[in-house]
Design a protein around this ligand. Sequence first.
Ligand code: SAM
Ligand code: SF4
Length: 389
Amino acid sequence: MYYTFPQALAGPQHDPEHRDALVRNDRAQMNTSRKRLPMDSVGVESVASRGLDSAFGRAPLVDPFGRNISYLRVSVTDRCDFRCVYCMSEHMAFLPKSDLLTLEELDRLCSAFVVRGVRKLRLTGGEPLVRRGIMTLFASLSRHLQSGQLDELTLTTNGSQLAKHAQEIAAHGVRRINVSLDTLDAEKFHTITRWGDLKNVLAGIDAAQSAGLKVKINTVALKGVNDDEFPRLIEWAHGGDMDITLIEVMPLGEVGEGRLDQYLPLSIVRARLAQRFSLDDLDYRTGGPARYVRVAETGGRLGFITPLTHNFCESCNRVRVTCTGTLYMCLGQEDAADLRKPLRASETDDPLHAAIDEAIVRKPKGHDFIIDRRHQRPALARHMSVTGG
Ligand SMILES: C[S@@+](CC[C@H](N)C(=O)[O-])C[C@H]1O[C@@H](n2cnc3c(N)ncnc32)[C@H](O)[C@@H]1O
Ligand code: SF4
């Protein structure tokens, strides 16, 4: 084990000495591992031959299509305090807690990816803020921000627990977060989330902004449910200094409702919005699939994530890990690699790095999502809450 997680938790969480000790431990481990290069053991020539230019001597992660993997999204729990109609069925069967990686293991896994050149780490879920002790993971991961190995540690949340945690999240070096919000109508909010309370989320957003966090709103476009509200949502978000991104429903998991009933192509939404607002294309990119426009009337940024009407895979720089340590190379494909086994097999990270290398070689060119009258079943059995979107 190359650092001791309880160290991260002992003493004051923001104690700089304490973080420095973790960084020093990481460096010591990385220096040792220079002598045991992961590619030597798996013989993945295409990766090995690219050289060792990531920090601390491990090869950076580049997939067979030349895409550099610099973004990791980690679903820290499959559980949630909401049951959004497009994401979960009302009666979900969750994983037994014994299947989950511990927080210490999640830290070790994330840190292995950071060593391989991941610069952006997003904690998601399920609802990440319902995972017990999650602030300790933020605390320990923040050492990678301190060391400069990580550019960004961030979070996607439904906002329900934000009021409680916003200050501490900000204190751990998080600068920007995404909050999912599909409507400003309290009743509709309850209908969409089944269990949610809009006022908690709005209070959470206020708390986040007061703590200095930049908030981006994510809104799933739902036909006949919130499509009449987009202008209001855009004006509200921009009025509160928040970007907003509209997302097409993706066919993941059985949710007990027909996808065709929910699916609203954003090409139609954009055309409708263009009748009301002047939308100017922007070059602005967050490294993600969103394409942005400036709304002239509000001055704010509006993003569109269109996995179905426009495939965004060619520039994909990300992979996803679930709370059980399963690595998905593509949100829209079943292929996955078990990282829990190699993680638990050894106190060194060599087997883990070997498993990551083998998986990245299999990253597919893109997904095959499609929703039409013949394809109303889920494209994948897995729910979005497994991989965290
Ligand atoms: C799975 S949630 C996890 C994080 C957190 N619970 C939240 O809601 O922000 C991440 C994002 O995925 C989106 N999402 C969930 N299911 C989806 C689906 N079938 N299609 C498109 N987006 C989906 C949610 O709206 C949310 O913005
Ligand atoms: S979208 Fe987020 S808040 Fe809604 S059920 Fe899925 S995980 Fe929970």
